[in-house]
Design a protein around this ligand. Sequence first.
Ligand code: ADE
Length: 229
Amino acid sequence: MRLDVITIFPAYLAPLRESLLGKAIADGRVDLAVHDLRDWATDRHRTVDDAPYGGGPGMVMKPDVWGRALDAVAQPSSTLVVPTPAGRRFTQPVAAELAGCAHLVFACGRYEGIDQRFVQDAASRMPVRELSIGDYVLAGGEVATMVIVEAVTRLLPGVLGNPESAVQDSFAGDLADLVEAPSYTRPPVYRGLPVPAVLTSGDHAAVAAWRAEQSRRRTTENRPDLLIQ
Ligand code: ADE
């Protein structure tokens, strides 16, 4: 998979080269390029924003600068991802869909966002996904891009050490509408707290039943919204 990220803060994206994704890049499974939007500005000050039409606070990012940047990185197989609190909700099924794409371009907006004509124009040439990672407002699209990239790339073949992990996650596979059961490891007693006895019983059916029950209990307590369909 090829990933291009366009931002005015390229250094913000440095953590993408760490850990599992860093290894996937080193192994050639993922090809990542981060670009400075200002490289496509044309004036001496490398301006990327201007005052909003219709008035209001803040600044809006200029469509012409974004358009040139996208033209430079786009390929016939590109899907454009625009992280925005005004987008559709980014969920595990959306991550799975994006994992099937050959090329993702991320447009990280700042300030009051990007002139909507950039998105409109791009949509006439390629699939465009405006995505929100949650009901809160970040300072820009960079962190949202990192969230989406991490959720998507860990689903690619060979990126996770153990592919079973992705299947067992909350919101995927068997647990589509439930969160995961809690996990435990050694020592058997930590600060007076023993590991639930069933987990050391060696009875696999009992362990599976206990996990299913814990999963339901946790979902009821923490995420009742998942149970109301
Ligand atoms: N940019 C600012 N806030 C955001 C959010 N919640 N999701 C995606 N992009 C954003």
